[in-house]
Design a protein around this ligand. Structure first.
Ligand SMILES: [Zn+2]
Ligand SMILES: [Zn+2]
Length: 360
């Protein structure tokens, strides 16, 4: 099968003929239909986060089940599925306490010594985030995908696999926005826009979007932001505090930079909670000052929207199908796998909302 392989960080991916294994008892073989280009991929491609090489990136995908292993009962051949990098074992402490997004059990991967899922010639190819979606086929654990409504357009379904689950989950799961409470979203890429849209669905009062790019601020207002502010303005945080008469109840950071995380803390009202979704460089720290602590401010990570994805993803599909979740405006460009390096260049520039790779 055709796949985009990363051999060396900071080098372009190349299209290679990769062999995919047959499904083991708990594995599902999926024909990839669409896969979003997410900033987290770029962190691995640019070497900011390390990864075993060679590897196939890509983790925001939708496709059709081609074959299933002998024990698989959750999906069947022909099902339309969305994949999720939060593969869960179902048995560890995190899984049995309902926090399956924290699961890191090795049971979702092939055991050491078993033939690899992906090979290039006789060389194993490391599977990224248990998915490796920039490929015509994905071979995944059955707990890394969920069946969805067949009427759901696949390019938009793909976005639910990462950006939308992360942004909307931050609102629905990681924090609980009570109707009328105020929300500030810092950064309006795919994840931030999903958070804005989810805040509207959750009944937030004022929803304030911060981004340096005017087009993204306009899009945020289309998706539910009641106010938008240029994130580069030196008075941005003060304006948020003024609009909300003392700061927001919930701030959601969706950029992955120390300055934007600091902004998320700065815009909080007393007792407010900042949720950091962005992938900061691994050496960075984010913190609360003594005064922040005395004001009862809270700071937390929001890994993958604290998802229970087999339940959350079909619900998000339903929101799209009835018009509450707008994914149409979020996709900037659709392109074939051969243009993957172009998609990364667009992401480095920072002005594209979401490019989606589609397979003909
Ligand atoms: Zn992602
Ligand atoms: Zn587990």
């Amino acid at each position: 099968m055709k796949a985009a392989v990363l051999f060396e960080p900071k080098q372009p991916l190349t299209i290679e003929d990769v062999t995919v294994s047959n499904p083991a008892p708990h594995e599902v073989l999926i024909r990839t239909v669409a896969v979003g280009v997410c900033r987290s991929d770029l962190h691995f491609v640019d070497g900011i986060y390390p990864h075993a090489l060679p590897t196939i990136p890509g983790h925001e995908a939708a496709g059709v089940v081609e074959a299933v292993g002998s024990e698989v009962r959750t999906v069947k051949v022909g099902d339309h599925v969305v994949t999720c990098l939060s593969a869960f074992c179902g048995q560890c402490e995190f899984c049995v306490t309902g926090r399956m997004f924290l699961c890191i059990d090795a049971g979702v991967r092939r055991p050491k010594g078993a033939p690899p899922r992906l090979t290039l010639g006789d060389q194993p190819v490391a599977q990224m985030l248990n998915l490796s979606a920039y490929a015509e086929m994905m071979l995944v654990h059955e707990h890394a995908c969920v069946a969805i409504d067949r009427d759901m357009p696949m390019d938009r379904a793909a976005l639910i696999g990462c950006a939308v689950t992360t942004g909307a989950g931050a609102v629905f799961n990681t924090t609980d926005v009570t109707p009328g409470e105020t929300v500030c979203v810092v950064g309006c890429g795919g994840i931030g826009l999903a958070a804005v849209n989810a805040a509207r669905i959750a009944g937030a009062g004022k929803i304030i979007a911060l981004d340096p790019v005017p087009e993204k601020r306009a899009l945020a207002e289309k998706l539910g932001a009641t106010h938008s502010i240029d994130a580069l303005s030196p008075t941005a945080a003060d304006e948020v505090v003024e609009i909300t008469k003392g700061g927001v109840h919930h701030a959601i950071e969706a950029v992955g930079r120390p300055q934007s995380a600091a902004t998320a803390v700065k815009v909080l009202r007393r007792g407010g909670t900042a949720t950091i979704l962005g992938m900061l460089p691994p050496s960075e720290r984010v913190g609360l000052s003594a005064i922040d602590l005395l004001s009862g401010k809270k700071l937390q990570g929001g890994l993958m929207g604290s998802n229970r994805f087999p339940v959350d993803i079909p619900r998000l599909v339903d929101f799209y199908m009835r018009g509450a979740l707008d994914l149409n405006a979020v996709i900037a460009e659709r392109m074939p796998l051969e243009r993957i390096n172009h998609a990364f260049d667009e992401l480095r520039k920072g002005d594209a909302t979401r490019s989606v790779i589609t397979f003909g």
